[in-house]
Write a protein that binds this ligand. Structure first.
Ligand code: DX5
Ligand code: ZN
Length: 230
């Protein structure tokens, strides 16, 4: 369904605004969407669960009127439940969380859905996929971290490829439509290999915002994706 059949439109590119110019955030969001991005990846860090501090629901609310694109909120916060309704009210479409940051994972998934958002679970490089055993039937998205969370600009960890393949297999077995997202170190020169491993949704921060011409970069990513064959 979402995958390696060579059609680049089956894939979603989600620029991480962590690497945008925060002094011109609204403009940056509009620029990447105009440049062909499918959604906005919104990294929330609390200087507790991860060693960095970023943006919260007020910033999400401020950018919401600027785009119709999906806002994909990646919560790197602990505790996690308290902030979920605030992001839903601020206009988030997808809310993903790390299972280690929740005391009651099933309750957290339920809360995200009750708030009217799609629910995603995030796997750090060393987080086992067994967290999917009793949750995959409720999830809309699985996010595989290909770096340790906290910072943009890190190097892609190749072990993420095997993990993507394993999750793609589980999604296929489930028969459900679950997006498989990858986050960290995604570039023009590795995106095809990552897609081949099963990802359909690609977060890219520095690879996009670190370039001058966002459209050229996103187009180059789509060209690479179009080369992918199953
Ligand atoms: C890391 C964040 C990522 C980050 C990716 O904790 O979740 O979304 O912005 O940045 P790049 O694409 O530069 O690795
Ligand atoms: Zn992220």
């Amino acid at each position: 369904m979402y995958r390696t059949d060579g059609n680049p439109n089956m894939y979603r590119i989600a620029p991480s605004i962590l690497s945008a110019d925060f002094a011109r955030l609204g403009e940056e969001v509009q620029s990447v969407i105009a440049a062909g991005a499918d959604m906005v990846h919104f990294d929330v860090m609390d200087n507790h669960y991860v060693p960095n501090l970023t943006i919260g629901p007020m910033v999400c609310e401020a950018i919401r009127p600027l785009t119709k694109a999906v806002i994909d909120v990646h919560l790197m916060v602990k505790p996690v439940d308290r902030i979920i309704p605030d992001f839903a009210r601020a206009g988030a479409n997808i809310i993903s969380f790390h299972p280690e940051a929740s005391d009651h994972v099933d309750r957290t998934i339920g809360l995200i859905k009750e708030c009217g958002c799609k629910a995603g679970m995030v796997f750090n490089p060393a987080t086992p996929l067994s967290w999917l055993d009793y949750t995959l039937d409720k999830l809309d998205l699985v996010l595989i971290m290909s770096v340790n969370p906290g910072f943009g600009g890190q190097k892609f960890i190749p072990a993420a490829l095997g993990k993507l393949r394993a999750v793609r297999e589980r999604i296929q077995k489930s028969g459900r439509e679950v997006w498989l997202e990858v986050d960290g170190g995604v570039k023009v020169d590795n995106i095809a290999e990552i897609a081949h491993a099963g990802a359909d949704t690609f977060v890219a921060g520095t690879a996009i915002f670190g370039t001058k011409d966002y459209k050229a970069t996103i187009t180059a990513m789509r060209t690479e994706l179009s080369k992918t064959r199953s």
